[in-house]
Ligand binder design. Structure first.
Ligand code: AMP
Length: 544
């Protein structure tokens, strides 16, 4: 840069580390409740990690993949890898070995950092990895695991041997920082990618909303943060970047187990987390879980619709549960369902309805609800259409997938494939995925609304609604219901009766009276714990 050039400040991931290291150098970052580092350590370890990776031959533009549970190591990778100009590939460790192989090859990974627990996956696919040059071990144990995978060393030893100083380059802000694969339930996984600029703007956008709330759904400097969304799932929704920039205490839980998570919340004083509804449900139902005080805990629930029944159960425990919406393609956060101050005086049932709405857009996020002709629908809380968005942090497309990228960005808006309506306060409410909508005799019935209604029955543990082919109506809703253990008197008739009462009250479209109910033992889930409707259709509907 010449002296005459005005300074073009690039929005780089490394800038997120400036303040916390100065303002909160002694703040803690805890792993599993056993290992503790400070932000000063984080800064040093990030530099050592970059040095160690450089020694292994990692250069700008290379791709470094991670296979780990949520850990302090993963947080270090969130920073070190992009900061040195490489791309971080967060591998979804819950995919099948074949799918993992596909993503490693497709992303052209050069180096993999792998938790000892996932070595068997690499053993299985090792012979088919064409571009991976080095593999590094991540482990909590002293002992080296027996494996046929050639390891370049162990993470801590490599860090110890590296210099604590690393000159992180000044990159163009458009440099690719991260990539990962959507957890699609059909077809091959699709890669999305984000630049430094996008991650920084997403961090600031999320903080602008979370940090300025009057009380409910607020993330502030006194909070203690723990993700319960895997770090491979859309950068744990970007919250580790927000937490680090704020300089708050952070807790990384390792592998998720309900008891362990509840204990960490209590012992480490966790006040803010985020998770999919299935995990919140699991924590609330954990045997003996009532002994943990959760009344200081705020939880952002997203990735799937939170039912009002689940929200009320959380409120009854004193938890500040509220919905957020986003997707892999959107970095991810688009909207948050924070209440307006006056709403806090509402009774829990009414509050739950608002907290379960899909929320209002973050700053810089433009949202439209459009019909098939792309005309904007009125914000009347009824007229549904597809959500299309624009924001500075949306993926430019799918990696090496031109056609799919064009479809995603058709007409200059990112098409979410989610169906919603919007009310006069700007709150969106998702009613379905476009692929999941149920059309009964030409009328749309919302599967999510039906699920919400059935979940309010005291005998229902879990429910998913799918459309089943019907000769007369085209489609009919089929509810697959897991009864609560020990629930007496729950049968198909009782549940239909329960749903019909809501139809009578006009809560749901009249066509919903055609609802069929089937009691099942379990509901299939995706790799990130969401209801897997594709699998449910395959299992419960006639094929062909
Ligand atoms: P993924 O890319 O796996 O994170 O999935 C994104 C999808 O999850 C979205 O397109 C929505 O269909 C769904 N989703 C995320 N958040 C919500 C929410 N709050 N309510 C309903 N569906 C949601």
């Amino acid at each position: 840069m010449t002296a005459a050039t005005p300074y073009a400040y690039q929005l780089l991931v490394k800038r997120l580390l400036l303040n916390p290291v100065v303002d909160a150098p002694d703040q803690e970052i805890v792993y599993r409740g056993t290992r503790r580092h400070t932000y000063r350590d984080l800064r040093e370890r990030v530099a050592r990690l970059a040095g160690a990776l450089a020694r292994l031959g990692v250069e700008r533009g290379d791709t470094v993949a991670v296979m780990d549970w949520d850990s302090h190591r993963y947080l270090e990778c969130f920073f070190a890898v992009p900061m040195m100009g490489a791309v971080l590939h967060t591998i979804n460790v819950r995919l099948s070995a074949e799918q993992i192989l596909y993503t490693i090859e497709h992303a052209e990974d050069d180096v993999i950092l792998v938790n000892a627990e996932f070595l068997p996956i690499l053993e299985h696919i090792r012979g088919r990895l064409s571009g991976v040059k080095k593999i590094v071990l991540l482990t909590d144990d002293e002992a080296r695991p027996a494996t046929t995978v050639p390891l370049e060393g162990e993470y801590e030893a490599l860090l110890a041997a590296a210099s604590p100083d690393f000159a992180f380059p000044d990159l163009p802000e458009e440099t690719r920082a991260t990539t990962f694969y959507t957890t699609g339930t059909t077809g091959l996984p699709k890669g999305v990618y984000f630049s430094h600029r996008q991650l920084v703007l997403h961090t600031l956008g999320a903080l602008a909303v979370l940090g300025t709330a009057t009380s409910q759904g607020r993330f502030h400097r006194g909070d203690v943060y723990m993700p319960i969304t895997p770090m491979f799932h859309v950068h744990a929704w970007g919250l580790p970047y927000v937490a680090t920039m704020l300089g708050v205490k952070q807790v990384y839980p390792g592998k998720y187990a309900p008891d362990h998570l509840l204990e960490l919340i209590a012992r480490e004083g966790v006040t803010l987390s985020h998770c999919v509804p299935t995990i919140l449900h699991m924590l609330l139902k954990a045997p003996g879980g009532e002994r943990f005080d959760l009344s200081r805990w705020k939880v952002l629930v997203g990735g799937a619709a939170m039912s009002t029944a689940l929200c009320q159960a959380a409120l009854a425990r004193g938890i500040d549960a509220f919905a957020g919406y986003g997707m892999s393609e959107t970095c991810p956060i688009l909207t948050l369902a924070q209440l307006d101050p006056g709403d806090l005086a509402l009774p829990p049932e009414a509050q739950a309805v608002r907290r379960c709405k899909t929320g209002r857009p973050l700053p810089l996020v433009e949202v439209r609800v459009v019909d098939e002709a792309q005309a904007t629908q009125p914000p009347d809380g009824r007229s549904t259409g597809e959500i299309v968005v624009r924001a500075p942090w949306l993926t430019q497309g799918y990696l090496k997938e031109e056609k799919a990228s064009e479809r995603l960005w058709h007409g200059g808006w990112l098409h979410t494939g989610d169906v919603a309506h919007r009310d006069d306060r700007g709150f969106l409410k998702i009613t379905d995925r476009t692929k999941d909508v149920i059309k009964i005799g030409g009328e749309w019935v919302s599967s999510l609304e039906l699920e919400d209604i059935l979940a309010q029955h005291p005998g229902v543990a879990e429910v998913a609604v799918i459309g089943m082919p019907d000769a007369k109506w085209g489609e009919k809703p089929l509810a697959l219901v897991v009864p609560k253990a020990g629930a007496a008197g729950i049968d198909e008739r009782a549940l239909r009766h329960h749903a019909h009462a809501f139809v009578e009250k006009g809560v749901v479209n009249r066509q919903a009276v055609l609802l069929e109910i089937r009691l099942v033992e379990a509901i299939d889930k995706t790799s990130v714990g969401k209801v897997n409707k594709v699998a449910l259709r395959q299992k419960h509907l006639p094929q062909g």
